[in-house]
Design a protein around this ligand. Structure first.
Ligand code: C2E
Ligand code: CA
Ligand code: CA
Length: 591
């Protein structure tokens, strides 16, 4: 196709403001501009300087053509005022013949170019104007590109908040400012509770959506002058400068916690999340940006450990706690290496049969100084440090050996439940490890029940799902632990390759006192039964709880009402005992 050069009609006209009080000159210029065949102009004229300034403020122009010899007064002074009103707009001045000095003065004062009156050569005038307009356009584009570039370098692309780099710089600046002015500054470090589980169960797009909602809420809740940044993942930080002495940061933290825990809609369902906040103050908690950030982070971990959905001020002792946790890690490593960990067994009973039908293996760490350390105190650390793998391997072997012994001793078919962390399931050789352990201990696969959490089956990338499927094809049973505390919808159960679920203790605890909880468990049990899944109720402590659960169709139970976790010898004794205290309490049990 032949290419035709753009014509005058194709281009938008150049908007020109002509500031000229001499009518002869004005019409001369008008004639020259109109005679161009290449460019068209939309000319507005001002005769007085005040009018020109007003027009510059109120309308848009591409270029200003300003006569430096207005009747009204000094030309350079007029130019200076026009520069202020026109900001970035190019101004071309018209000077008197041969007044070279004035022209140079005008260029120094910021005029883009000059034209000498009387030398109205069409080409020269048009070229000068076009050049000015074009140069202005390029500079504007460049400035915008720089702004964009700067924005990208300093902002988080997902949420539009400041990123880690911009934030570090800002902390350093705020600290310097506070130090100079003897002022205070606070850092609030926010982390969304259980974000990883949300991301894993609901998928990354929904996780991203949640991060966006959270950032928006954060932005709304703090003052305009406070800086909000996303450090990455689900970590956010707010700089308060200055803050009110009497509990200012705590008040802001409370407001943030309140507003992020409001329900939010994610892909058609309502969710509620909470956050934990650590607060560090300048100068009290650190005079170096990295130290202050680290201390706010430490305080945030403390808030999480205290039960989440709360804030915590940093204190010196927290660093000691960090040191403690390092000691603990070394201690656990040694305990694993020296075979000091033991396994306890908590009976699982069938209330219809009035018999022990299974047990859950629960790891125990006896420490000479600290006594028996609870798994809740060290399992999270073991997961975070990778120690969960050797630990899990030990518990699995010990539990399988023990269960194989029960089954051959009493000819019974007691099932052993073993807890498995997500970290173990993401290891592609885990199914092989289980297969080898079963072979070597002689435990039939269907006697082993692996307890995993909702979020670990629903891992988006399918790694754990593949492992779960391999395990099931070995004949091993898979149960979802702590069911109801995760984020998966009940309807998702249908698609999960699992054999049963354990109703979380938190439901069982409130069962007798809260009617809405019993409605939930009734629905859960009915649904699970309908899908052919077995339910086990955890943490049953009272007869009332037992009765309600049984009436709702749940027969397998575990809890202090029957027995606490006990050592292997004691458990074997119970297995062989003809009458256990709890058996007498069973409503429909006839011994
Ligand atoms: P879990 O899997 O939910 O285990 C049940 C916990 O509830 C056990 O705590 C048990 O002692 C406790 N429990 C049982 N019945 C009752 C009751 O009636 N009332 C109350 N208040 N508590 C009851 P434990 O032994 O302290 O274990 C805590 C958690 O540590 C376990 O929770 C499990 O998530 C984890 N864990 C324990 N052993 C292992 C292990 O070998 N591997 C892994 N990955 N995690 C383990
Ligand atoms: Ca469990
Ligand atoms: Ca559990």
């Amino acid at each position: 196709m032949p290419v035709t050069p753009p014509t005058r009609a194709d281009r938008p006209p150049i908007r020109l403001l002509l500031v000229e009080d001499d009518p002869t000159h004005a019409s001369d210029i008008g004639r020259v501009l109109r005679s161009s065949t290449e460019v068209s102009f939309k000319i507005s004229q001002a005769v007085r300087v005040e009018d020109a300034l007003r027009m510059l403020r109120d309308s848009h122009y591409d270029v200003v053509l300003l006569d430096l010899s207005l009747e009204e007064g000094d030309g350079l002074d007029t130019l200076a005022r026009a520069k202020v009103a026109a900001r970035e707009l190019p101004i071309i001045v018209m000077t008197n013949e041969a007044d070279e000095a004035q022209a140079v003065g005008a260029l120094r004062a910021g005029a883009q170019d000059y034209l000498v009156k009387g030398e109205w050569n069409v080409r020269l005038v048009i070229r000068t104007l076009l050049h000015a307009v074009e140069r202005h356009r390029i500079l504007t584009d460049l400035a915008m590109a720089r702004q964009r570039e700067h924005f990208v370098a300093t902002h988080d692309s997902l949420t539009g908040l400041f990123n880690r780099n911009a934030f570090r710089e800002q902390v350093a600046r705020s600290m310097a400012y506070a130090a100079r002015n003897d002022d205070r500054m606070a850092l609030l470090f926010l982390d969304i509770d259980g974000f990883k589980a949300i991301n894993d169960t609901l998928g990354h797009p929904i996780g991203d959506e949640l991060l966006k909602i959270t950032s928006e809420r954060l932005r709304q809740v703090v003052r305009k002058s406070d800086m909000v940044a996303r450090l990455g993942g689900d970590e956010f930080i707010v700089i308060l400068q200055p803050y009110d002495e009497d509990g200012g940061p705590a008040r802001v933290a409370q407001k943030i916690l309140h507003c992020i825990s409001r329900p939010c809609w994610l892909s058609g369902s309502e969710y509620r999340v909470t956050g934990s906040i650590g607060i560090a103050l300048f100068p009290r908690d650190g005079r170096d940006p990295d130290v202050l950030i680290r201390n706010a982070d430490t305080a945030m971990y403390h808030a999480k450990a205290e039960g989440r959905n709360r804030y915590s001020y940093y204190s010196q002792e927290m660093n000691e706690a960090v040191a403690d946790s390092l000691n603990m890690e070394n201690g656990l490593r040694q305990a694993i290496d020296r075979g000091l960990l033991t396994v306890h067994y908590q009976p699982q009973v069938h209330v219809g049969f009035g018999a022990i039908v299974g047990a859950e293996a629960l790891v125990r760490w006896p420490d000479p100084q600290r006594g028996m350390i609870s798994p809740s105190d060290f399992i999270p650390m073991a997961e975070a440090t990778g120690l969960i793998q050797p630990l899990g391997c030990l518990v699995l072997r010990e539990a399988c050996e023990e269960a194989a012994r029960w089954n051959s001793d009493s000819n019974s078919s007691i099932r052993i439940g073993v807890n498995v962390s997500t970290r173990q399931l993401t290891d592609s050789s885990f199914a092989d490890l289980v297969a080898t352990t079963l072979r070597e201990t002689g435990l039939p696969p269907e006697r082993l029940e692996l307890e995993i959490t909702e979020s670990s089956v629903l891992q988006e990338r399918g790694v754990t799902l593949a492992t779960v499927q391999q395990l099931r094809s070995l004949g091993v049973k898979i149960t979802i632990d702590d069911f109801g505390t995760g984020y998966s919808a009940l309807s998702a159960l249908r698609q999960l390759p699992v054999d049963g679920l354990k109703i979380d203790r938190s439901f069982v605890t409130d069962l007798a006192s809260d009617a809405s909880v019993s409605t939930i468990t009734a629905g859960l049990i009915a649904m699970a039964n309908g899908l052919g899944l077995e339910t086990v109720a955890e943490g049953v402590e009272t007869i009332e709880q037992l009765t309600i659960l049984q009436s709702q169709g749940c027969q397998r139970m575990q809890g202090y009402l029957f027995a606490k976790p006990i050592c292997a010898d004691e458990f074997r004794e119970q297995l062989n005992c003809p009458n256990l205290p709890w058996q007498q309490m069973l409503p429909e049990f006839d011994a």
